[in-house]
Design a binder for this molecule. Structure first.
Ligand SMILES: [Zn+2]
Ligand SMILES: [Zn+2]
Length: 198
């Protein structure tokens, strides 16, 4: 049982490295070349973008999990898939729902600093260790969010940051997203620049 658990954690750990490397190289470094990069940079450019090809991602992850399991032990493959499920759920949740605990607060600041401050840093989503290992970790500080891209859970009815998040976030600029601004957001995302505050 202990061995099984250790192998499962090994597979999960392997996923976290995959999460970092895929995000850094297959998504950002390729600047829109290939479906994985294009989908991800659209996610940066458009607040409401969701992963349209989620089925393909899951299929790829499960196939790698099966291969890993075959090559080592089924628990390793299972841990890999479980790690992806944890990432997928928490990433979606971070964009769409308010945080409910310290971990979720941490994850949001780490990830939204990546979105709105430094798209080439904080490339791990569910934990920061690979960023620390590879020198891409940045302390978020106060995250400055363009108002047109602000997460719905962050704002109150007046469009200001809710008081419980005021120490961690600021919003600035206009809420209106004109076609020209949308085009600029796309150019910035595909060049790995943070979105402009205008
Ligand atoms: Zn995201
Ligand atoms: Zn990204």
């Amino acid at each position: 049982m202990t061995t099984w658990l250790l192998l499962l954690l090994t597979g999960w750990l392997a996923w976290t490295l995959g999460e970092y490397l895929i995000h850094r190289f297959a998504m950002h470094a390729l600047r829109g070349r290939g479906i994985t990069s294009r989908e991800h940079l659209n996610h940066h450019a458009d607040r409401d973008s969701i992963l349209e090809k989620w089925f393909l991602s899951w299929l790829g992850v499960v196939l790698v999990g099966i291969a890993l399991g075959e090559a080592s032990h089924p628990a390793v493959g299972f841990g890999w898939v479980l790690g992806y499920g944890f990432y997928d759920l928490h990433h979606w949740h971070a964009h769409r729902r308010r945080p409910r605990n310290r971990y979720q607060r941490w994850l949001r600041r780490h990830h939204f600093h990546h979105h709105f401050g430094h798209p080439r840093d904080n490339l791990g989503v569910t934990w920061p260790v690979w960023d620390l290992v590879f020198g891409t970790y940045r302390r978020p500080g106060v995250v400055r969010v363009p108002r047109r891209m602000a997460m719905v859970w962050l704002l109150d009815d007046q469009g200001d940051v809710r008081p419980d998040f005021a120490a961690d976030y600021q919003v600035a600029g206009t809420a209106a997203r004109t076609p020209a601004l949308a085009a600029r957001d796309r150019d910035d995302a595909f060049a790995n620049r943070p979105p402009a505050v205008v």
